[in-house]
Design a protein around this ligand. Sequence first.
Ligand code: SAH
Length: 428
Amino acid sequence: MKTFCGRANPTTGAMEWLEEDENYDYHQEIARSRYADMLHDKDRNVKYYQGIRAAVSRVKERGEKAIVLDIGTGTGLLSMMAASAGADFCYAVEVFKPMANAAVKIVEKNGFRDKIKVINKHSTEVTVGPDGDMQCRANILVTELFDTELIGEGALPTYEHAHKYLVQEGCEAVPHRATVYVQLVESKRMWSWNKLFPVHVEAEDGEKIIVSPSEMENCPGVPSVCDIQLNQMSSSDFTILSDVVTMFSVDFSKPVRSASTYYRVQLEPVKSGKAQIVLSWWDIDMDPSGMINCTMAPYWVKSTSAFQWRDHWMQCVYFLPNEEPVLQGEKLHLTACRDEYSVWYKLQKARGEEENKADVRVESPVCRCQAHLLWNRPRFGELNDQNRTRQYIKSLTKVLKTDSVCLCISDGSLLPVLAHYLGAKQVQ
Ligand code: SAH
């Protein structure tokens, strides 16, 4: 038996799938894999199970057969939960072939062969009808297609399609609803992951300041989400400027629209400061009443002390296009724009509604300065690390002479600029 293992390509950074033979020790792979992390997320699993049981009961109470569609079944876990909860039949759709093959085996081993059909397709390819993949439309839609940004794994287009073609009108959905929350903060630390700060160089002929060009200062950056464990961020690393605000919700039991749109909320800062970052996370309600809630809220927001460690869902850091001084109590508008796969934010002083509306930019941010394409967020942070730069300056000062000719073999490093400012004769 061969195993597919995901591996980050060190050159491109992209994930690739490699086939490993049966003697390969894949304990490390399992430890690293997101599937394992999801499967060990007890809080998530328990709540999905509660939500699925409740949905199956509601359908049964109406005297209907419970027909489940589980999109992105992975190991088959949620379908097996549904079958255990008394569902009459489950269609378990999984696009990734090695995973679908695994699901077939797992389903069989757990004795659910008669209740669960694994379909190795993308959900948008699934057919319904007497000769189709599904005999009829489902009346319970179960999915777990969410990333830290909620929509980054394509949940919206998948739901949009499923409601049009694969499930009945008025179906039950687990989760029933997702809500995205935001909080405005000032944080030099986080801001340093997106903008290049001025670099102070103490040269023999006095202090010099290297500043980045204005295209870089005004660049909107890249749309890829910056996901981190906010629970590991010390409260001294940021200043809260606003309360937590609900940005938008998606009801998964109703038709979903994936087309680009925007949501706007009014904010009044609780403190004056420099608005730089929008922190964001989401929660999912497994049932319509909201009693079964699975939340990614960070430690300063969450009321419960029970804390579930998870890497597959973290929290998002969004960089505002520019830092904006804000005053306590003034009226601000925060706009979340989204396309099918990503979200980005914009902050404005509240003006006339018409004026604000005219100003909404729904296109996703595109880096104009090239730096965001060259450097990832940790690299920005590294370049902004003053202590690190100081060490480089100290070492360079030791070796540089006025007739030094420097050759820099590096990509996007500050070293050649530092060498020039420190008086090297020539830098290449
Ligand atoms: N339901 C499982 C696994 C969730 S991971 C669990 O909760 O443990 C999400 C899975 O969905 C991945 O295996 C991915 O390959 C699959 N997937 C995502 N979008 C899909 C789609 N539109 N159709 C079919 N499979 C999809």
